[in-house]
Design a binder for this molecule. Structure first.
Ligand SMILES: Nc1ncnc2c1ncn2[C@@H]1O[C@H](COP(=O)(O)OP(=O)(O)O)[C@@H](O)[C@H]1O
Ligand SMILES: [Mg+2]
Length: 204
């Protein structure tokens, strides 16, 4: 029997079993505020897109869930026995979180080097399991060479870390990205402009 795990902005997650494996079934639910002609193709393309981006993230060497099955609106993913980075930061009260933030930065460097933008890169879309950091929820991601899109990943993480010291640790990991300076210049530009649109805020 599937057990309810979590409800995100787009999907419901259930813990299930596939033979001897624990899987997290991510089901993109219908949104009543969207007309059907938009809702159905959007859920389908985000499901496919997420699978494709997860695959690329794996190629990039970033830890993320394994894909077991791809359905129309549903993905069966490897279950991550961990906590959200958001809760990890809240509960650890400083112990070891600098190292974890640095690891998150290193992961983002690998992702961006590989041409993948996460698109909703917050502490609610990163999980910590033991000492390992997993990136989840690629539903708003894209393949992009654009420094501005990459800068938005950095900006969202900066805002959701909400702490200069942790952000510093995160950047010390992200610095491994060869185009670090370009992205940071772009970020400074966005912050100066003080106006930007993040896909997850639009709520399409
Ligand atoms: N592979 C996984 N293993 C364990 N828990 C997961 C997994 N994927 C998602 N979750 C849990 O489900 C929640 C929502 O998943 P997420 O992919 O972020 O959906 P949404 O797109 O709706 O935000 C996450 O915050 C996390 O708690
Ligand atoms: Mg999410």
């Amino acid at each position: 029997m599937a057990k309810f795990l979590a409800r995100g902005a787009e999907a419901e997650l259930y813990l299930d079993r596939l033979v001897d494996r624990r899987v997290a079934t991510k089901n993109r639910v219908s949104k009543g505020y969207r007309i059907k002609e938009i809702d159905v193709p959007l859920r389908r393309s985000r499901t496919r897109g997420e699978a494709s981006l997860l695959h690329s993230a794996k190629e990039a060497g970033v830890a993320c869930p394994v894909i077991y099955e791809i359905g129309k609106f549903e993905l069966k993913l490897g279950f991550i026995d961990g906590v959200l980075l958001r809760d990890f930061i809240k509960n650890r009260k400083g112990r070891g979180i600098g190292k974890v933030a640095e690891e998150v930065g290193r992961g983002l460097a690998k992702l961006h080097r590989h041409g993948v933008v996460h698109g909703d890169f917050t502490t609610a879309n990163v999980m910590v399991s033991g000492r390992k950091v997993f990136f989840i929820d690629f539903g708003l991601g894209s393949f992009s060479k654009d420094a501005e899109e990459k800068a938005l990943d950095v900006l969202l993480m900066k805002k959701s870390l909400g702490n200069e010291r942790l952000y510093g640790s995160f950047l010390s990991g992200y610095k491994q990205y060869e185009k670090y300076k370009d992205v940071m210049n772009q970020l400074a530009e966005i912050e100066k402009r003080g106006r930007y649109v993040v896909r997850s805020w639009v709520g399409a």
